[in-house]
Structure formats: structure tokens, C-alpha cells
Design a binder for this molecule. Structure first.
Ligand SMILES: Nc1ncnc2c1ncn2[C@@H]1O[C@H](COP(=O)(O)OP(=O)(O)OP(=O)(O)O)[C@@H](O)[C@H]1O
Ligand SMILES: [Mg+2]
Length: 343
């Protein structure tokens, strides 16, 4: 199998070798994705050591040449060293990571301890077609809760219901005091296709100086001409970065994120992971990226037609618990085994 993927969890479980394509070079590593990350970091450390050692040698030789080339007594030796310098096989400056975004989410104020409560919520688009119920969520300050479930089960619908974009069929949504909510929309609908990247941001913050807007865009890797591009012409990953930029500029204390890693490359996902882990607020997010869930979530909520079920751990914990539960329901297990055999 030859696989191209941004899904690190999948890669960790499947692959035995990795080809890393960066800065125009293909480098081969043995092992799975995590092994590759370790080896790449070790390789980079080795390269920097070698590079620094040679740079020190070069400056010593150059210094000697500069001081002695015009002195009659030592000019011969200086010339020899100059030759040595000219013949030297120069070690290239190691490529640090490829260009990586760096940003942070900083809330302007703290929320109360209770951030969001939903009580016996029923969600859907028509009362006779309820997607999921009862959905009971208790989101407290500093938690990062992942919502998981198969395509079409109603995860995005749940977030839109919480945000009041569509009405609840039944039940209550209650936000705590001092909660300021920011939303990352899976469909990226809050972007304006006909605006430029610069204006997409500047129109939200007209009193911020242009230079500051450009600096912020730069930290999300929009530099030079990128900021004059039309939003509709951006790639999926670029649009995702622009949405994250807009979100970061709002300084909310509660982030509701619908598949924020979609389209993002592995480096950007890692940056987002770190950013969310450093975030002093609260996060409720939907994701299919198991690696990302493991890095960020403090607990996992599984959504199904029967409503919400809470698991107090990361994605691996959720999977372990599910397997345990299935073992307790031999009939269900048998059904699943049969299904697997059929597949
Ligand atoms: N505006 C709408 N009107 C009617 N039905 C809709 C509407 N939007 C979505 N649906 C339906 O509601 C169901 C749930 O959709 P939703 O987008 O919430 O799923 P999801 O769990 O977020 O899936 P995914 O993992 O693919 O993002 C789907 O069957 C979808 O077709
Ligand atoms: Mg969705």
C-alpha cells in the first residue's frame, strides 16, 4: 500500500515506513508516524550540531585569514587556510520545520464555572424527524470536550442548535454567566468569498491599524501577496487558517469548533493542538481526527440517535470503554461479530 494522509492516528496504526516530503526533498524513515516524528527531530538536532560545528570552524579560519593575509611572516599560512576554506564542503543550514503558523487564543475575560448546560435536548430539522435525543451536556470552565459520532448523526446540527442558529425541537440550552462564544463552522460559511484576505479581517476590526492586521495574518502564514488574494480562490487549508485568524481576534472564552482540523496539514494541526492546550478558556469541538482528540480532549461525548453519552477520558479511553461495554452485552457483540464476518 502507498498512502497519502494527514491522519496521524491512521498512519501510526497502518504504516511501516514514511517518506517525508518537505522543502522539495523526499526523506525516507523506517517505522510508523510517531517513530518518524522522533527520528526527524533527532536528525534535525544532529544536523544543527554538525552545522554549528562547521560554522565555528569557518569563522575561526576566516578570522585567521583576515588577520594574517597582509602580514609578510604569516601570509603563506593565511593563503593555505583560504584555500582550505574554498575547498570546504559546506554543510547546508538545516531546514527548521517548514514554515509553521504560530498563534494563540487569548480570552479577554474569564467565564463563570458553568459554561454550558443542555437539558433533554432533542435536535433536528422537523419535529417528526428527530436526529438525536436526549442530549444532556454539562460543560464547565477549562474543559475541552470532543463530540464524536458517524457522518450525518447530527453533530453539526447539535452545535447549530446550541448556538441558536436553528431551534431546538425539545429541551433547553443554557449558557453560564460571562460566557463569550466563538464558532468555527465546518462549512466555512462565515467567510465572504468576494472579499480579499486582508478585508475579511479588517472589516471586522476597522479601527485596528493595517500594519497590525498584516502582522496577525503573517503569524497565520498569510504573507506578501497572499493578503490580496480573494477569499473564494483560497485552498481549503488556507480558508481554515483564515477562519482561525478571525476566531483568534475575537478573544472569546468559549470556543465551539466544528471539525477545525479539516483541510489542515499535519504541522498546522499540531499548532492548533498546542494553541488549544494553552488556551485558558473552554472548548467544545467536533472532530473525526483521533490523534487530535487524544491531544486536546479532557472528555468525549458520543452522539447517537439515543442522545449523548459522556466518557471521562480521551479518544483511546473512549474506545477501551466501548469495548468493555460491548463485552458486557454478549448479544450485541455477537451481532457485531456477524456483521464483521459478513463484511
Ligand atoms: N438544513 C437542513 N435541513 C434538513 N436536513 C438537514 C439540514 N442540514 C443537515 N441535514 C441533515 O441532518 C443530518 C445531520 O447532519 P449534520 O450535518 O448535523 O451531521 P454531522 O454529524 O455533523 O455529520 P458529519 O460528520 O458528516 O459532519 C443529515 O442527515 C443531514 O442530511
Ligand atoms: Mg458535521
Amino acid at each position: 500500500m502507498l498512502i497519502v494522509s494527514h491522519d496521524r492516528y491512521f498512519l501510526d496504526r497502518i504504516v511501516s515506513e514514511v517518506y517525508d516530503m518537505s522543502s522539495g526533498i523526499l526523506t525516507h524513515y523506517h517505522g510508523n508516524y510517531s517513530n518518524y516524528v522522533d527520528q526527524k527531530a533527532a536528525k534535525l538536532r544532529r544536523e544543527w550540531k554538525e552545522y554549528d560545528k562547521q560554522q565555528a570552524k569557518i569563522s575561526k579560519l576566516e578570522d585567521f585569514v583576515n588577520r594574517n593575509i597582509v602580514r609578510a611572516s604569516t601570509t603563506k599560512r593565511a593563503q593555505a587556510r583560504r584555500k582550505q576554506l574554498a575547498k570546504m564542503d559546506r554543510v547546508d543550514r538545516p531546514e527548521g520545520a517548514d514554515k509553521v503558523a504560530h498563534f494563540e487564543f487569548v480570552p479577554t475575560k474569564e467565564s463563570g464555572n458553568i459554561v454550558l448546560t443542555t437539558t433533554d435536548l432533542a435536535i433536528g430539522y422537523t419535529p417528526d424527524n428527530v436526529l438525536a435525543q436526549p442530549v444532556n451536556l454539562d460543560v464547565n470552565k477549562h474543559q475541552a470536550i470532543a463530540i464524536v459520532g458517524p457522518n450525518g448523526v447530527g453533530k453539526s446540527t447539535l452545535l447549530k442548535t446550541i448556538l441558536g442558529k436553528i431551534p431546538a425541537i425539545k429541551g433547553d440550552v443554557h449558557f453560564g454567566t460571562g460566557v463569550e462564544t466563538g464558532y468555527y463552522d465546518q462549512e466555512q460559511k462565515s467567510l465572504h468569498g468576494e472579499k480579499t484576505v486582508l478585508n475579511e479581517l479588517w472589516d471586522d476590526h476597522p479601527t485596528t491599524p493595517e500594519g497590525d492586521i498584516r502582522t496577525i495574518l503573517g503569524s497565520f502564514l498569510f504573507t506578501g501577496e497572499d493578503v490580496d488574494k480573494m477569499v473564494h480562490s483560497l485552498s481549503g487549508g488556507e480558508k481554515a487558517r483564515l477562519l482561525l485568524t478571525k476566531l483568534a481576534m475575537r478573544h472569546d472564552n468559549f470556543l465551539i469548533l466544528d471539525e477545525p482540523t479539516n483541510h489542515l496539514d499535519i504541522d498546522s494541526r499540531q499548532v492548533l493542538e498546542n494553541t488549544l492546550n494553552d488556551f485558558e478558556g473552554t472548548v467544545l469541538f467536533v472532530s473525526h481526527d483521533r490523534y487530535f482528540i487524544n491531544q486536546v480532549a479532557t472528555s468525549v461525548v458520543e452522539l447517537s440517535a439515543e442522545g449523548s453519552e459522556l466518557y471521562l477520558g480521551d479518544y483511546d479511553y473512549y474506545i477501551d470503554k466501548k469495548e468493555e461495554q460491548e463485552a458486557w452485552h454478549p448479544k450485541k457483540k455477537l451481532r457485531q461479530l456477524k456483521l464483521r464476518v459478513q463484511l
